[in-house]
Design a protein around this ligand. Structure first.
Ligand SMILES: *Cc1c(COP(=O)(O)O)cnc(C)c1O
Length: 732
């Protein structure tokens, strides 16, 4: 062999080795991107960002889409440039360890659930902005629920729908009017794979209706230790119309809705059977999936030869139902024909009459004028039902009292478990670092415990304040970037774009308001007295600024009108550019807002907010709540951990209530919030404000975490339901 040949030989081997290393590195990154565990682990997020910060942002923080733009070789060279090797290997080991760990809260506290998991059904899951299968609060709650179940090791599988267009993207036209855009999601950019049966074949489920049949395939998404199964009707064998049945979240008419819900409930139960999963508990998160237990009843009748009544009794014992809204229009209702068309074949298999089935969805079973209500069905097919805050519990018991006419209101068997948020998903990295410095080691596994958070009182005021202000600066930069982009897209003048680049003053008290633009949430309450608003906003010494965001349902014209009004505030010079509207509220926008605002405003018409969770996210990051005593805030506010609007009283009419609440809002803002924020000591620190921040975090963070929430569900719903304990639903 000549020296040259040797050299070539060696370098080929080196190449091969380096190719292999490159491939291994790439595979590890893909493995990290393929389990949504990464989405609540800042080290992994930072790692993806470091691969290409600009593309990371442009691709909606989607690591799979990002990695697909790399070859293994380019990834490797980027990794060596940025010294990422050890971080990638470390993150990968962490993930493996997490997935295989046997030591969890559940092993010691919920062992009874064992090999029969909880099946958690929800129409939407908000896990990360790059996985657009959610619209808002309900979805984010489901996402937080399964993330906490993963962390606590609660055996749980989740079932939802795969929307290939998801919910709409919001743009405002030059008049401030909302325009909806639907974007096709690329499956290859999502962390999904085909769910396989025990023989390794992809699963397709079939549902007969009176007029044909529906087919759905099943995707598997890994969310930490939890497997999320998503049903998708875009398959061969369905009519073109049915192929798009699961395209959009909350799109279409009554018929689309009932067909989607048939797929979610009945299809979901069939998918679990096809996967060989036998749940011990069925948790229906809202009424959308309430057809599901009917299919479980059918299975029990077939397998165990039971009568319908006996099977119903058994299945109801294993079923937990959570209701989420006190707004009557929020409860799905279907006409008798739609129900018979879609549930007819299942009804035949159950051997029950048309009247019997319809009666299950009615308060008065025999009343032919009553439509079929999914909430009523959920209540009748479960032995445990709950609302999502203490106040919502009271409202729900009153609302559904006529289902149990022989009971007094207090005895109505609907309890409550107050919603919470997944701390690792919503806590800013900078704030987490601060907590790491002061909290006991291993606190991340004990976030639901009050003692852990007491350490906060010992944190230096300046340290907390600086951390908060660093986050506020990030929010300011985000708002400027977004608003100038919005202006450029609308083709506005360079002057306007330039103004947008300098919007907001980080030294000014910043109030955020972001949520769905439903009229009962009264986004414009603060605009009900424009003179007073202008006077406060433009105060030379102690001004404040307002950031708005939120979508209106495409069919909600009054909601869109609210958006138009607020978005156009920027044209009013008297408002001094101190009111801004960020388009396309989603998990990403929410995260920036809740991590950076000083104050979070929430002013719904009481008691229409079942819980609300965005204010809980604010708490974690040091912002203060300024809210009507509704939903979670009614039980959270203690006089010193934030600000209350109104006294929690009922009003005779909306007009009077709106006027009183507006008066209280301005009163508290002018006399409490603003003075407290600007009252500084010689170090420039607002000591009283910081004291309130600390008290807010220490008294609320653990209580309104989804870890606490899932532990509550495990203890008072899942365990008894799995044991089939015939409890009277009264777990209040
Ligand atoms: C948390 C969250 C919500 C829920 O907030 P509410 O307080 O119920 O309004 C809605 N949308 C998004 C994107 C969220 O992240």
């Amino acid at each position: 062999m000549t020296p040259v040949e040797t050299m070539t030989h060696e370098s080929t081997a080196q190449n091969r080795r380096s190719n292999m290393n490159a491939q291994t590195l790439y595979d590890k990154c893909m493995a990290l991107a393929s389990n949504l565990w990464w989405s609540w682990n800042p080290e992994v997020i930072n790692l993806f960002r470091d691969l290409d910060p600009i593309r990371w942002r442009q691709l909606d923080h989607n690591p799979i889409a990002l990695l697909r733009e790399f070859t293994p070789e380019r990834l490797e060279s980027r990794a060596s440039e940025m010294v990422l090797y050890s971080r990638i290997h470390h993150a990968y080991r962490q993930l493996k360890q997490y997935l295989s760990s046997q030591q969890t809260w559940s092993t010691t506290n919920a062992g009874v659930l064992g090999s029969k998991p909880v099946a958690y059904f929800s129409a939407e899951f908000g896990i990360h902005e790059s996985v657009p299968i959610y619209s808002g609060g309900l979805g984010v709650l489901s996402g937080d629920h399964i993330k906490s179940a993963s962390g606590l090791g609660v055996p749980l599988v989740a079932v939802g729908l795969f929307y290939d267009q998801g919910y709409f993207k919001q743009r405002l036209d030059e008049h401030g009017y909302q325009v909806e855009e639907y974007v096709d999601t690329k499956v290859e950019n999502l962390p999904v794979q085909h769910a396989l049966d025990k023989d390794g074949n992809p699963i397709t489920i079939k549902i007969e209706t009176r007029t044909g049949h529906l087919l759905a395939r099943v995707w598997l998404m890994s969310v930490g230790r939890v497997r999320l199964y998503l049903l998708d009707c875009d398959v061969e064998g369905n009519s073109p119309e049915d192929r798009s049945l699961t395209s959009r979240l909350y799109g279409g008419d009554e018929r689309t809705r009932i067909r989607q819900e048939l797929v979610l409930g009945v299809g979901g139960v069939r998918a679990l059977s096809a996967l060989g999963i036998t749940p011990g508990v069925y948790h229906l998160n809202e009424g959308h999936s309430a057809f599901g237990p009917l299919e479980v009843i059918r299975e029990r009748m077939t397998e165990d030869g039971m009568s319908f009544d006996d099977a119903l009794r058994e299945v109801a014992r294993n079923t937990v139902f959570t209701t989420h809204t006190p707004v009557p229009a929020g409860h799905d209702r279907f006409g008798a024909e739609a129900v018979e068309e879609h549930l007819g074949p299942l009804r035949d298999a159950l051997g029950i009459s048309y009247e019997h089935l319809m009666g299950l969805g009615r308060v008065e079973p025999q009343n032919p004028h009553e439509s079929f209500c999914m909430t009523v069905l959920g209540l009748k097919l479960s032995r445990r039902a709950n609302a999502v805050s203490s106040l919502h519990g009271h409202v729900s018991r009153r609302m559904w009292a006529h289902l149990w006419p022989w009971r007094s209101e207090e005895e109505i068997p609907i309890g409550h478990i107050t919603n919470g948020v997944h701390i690792p998903s919503w806590l800013a990295w900078q704030m987490q670092q601060l907590y790491d410095r002061h909290f006991p080691a291993g606190w991340a596994n004990r976030m639901g415990e009050p003692e852990v958070w007491q350490k906060l009182y010992a944190v230096d005021d300046g340290e907390l304040w600086e951390t908060h202000n660093a986050l506020k600066n990030l929010l300011t930069a985000f708002v400027r970037r977004r608003i100038s982009r919005q202006c450029r897209r609308r083709g506005e003048s360079d002057d306007v774009v330039e103004t947008a680049r300098n919007l907001l003053d980080p030294d000014v008290l910043t109030i955020g308001f972001a949520r769905r633009f439903a009229t009962y949430k009264r986004a414009d309450l603060i605009m009900s007295d424009m003179d007073r608003l202008i006077q406060l906003l433009s105060n030379e010494e102690r001004p404040f600024q307002l950031i708005f965001a939120g979508k209106a349902h495409p069919k909600d014209e009054p909601g869109k009108e609210l958006i138009r009004r607020i978005a156009n505030a920027r044209h009013e010079s008297a408002l001094c550019n101190r009111v801004v509207f960020i388009e396309d509220y989603d998990i990403n926008v929410c995260r920036h807002l809740i991590q950076g605002v000083d104050v979070w405003l929430n002013n719904p018409r009481r008691p229409l907010e079942a819980s609300g969770t965005s204010g809980q996210k604010v708490v974690l990051n040091g912002g203060l709540n300024f809210s009507i005593l509704d939903g979670w805030w009614a039980e959270a506010f203690d006089g010193n951990n934030g600000f209350a609007i109104g006294k929690g009283t009922a009003h005779v009419s909306d007009e009077i209530g709106d006027a009183r609440d507006a008066e209280s809002l301005f009163d508290v803002l002018e006399n409490k919030v603003i003075p407290l924020y600007y009252q500084r000591d010689i170090d420039g620190l607002p000591r009283q404000w910081i004291r309130m921040m600390k008290h807010s975090i220490a008294s609320l963070a653990w209580r309104f975490s989804s870890d606490r929430m899932v532990m509550d569900y495990a203890r008072s719903c899942y365990k008894p339901a799995a044991g089939g304990v015939s409890c009277d639903m009264n777990f209040r």
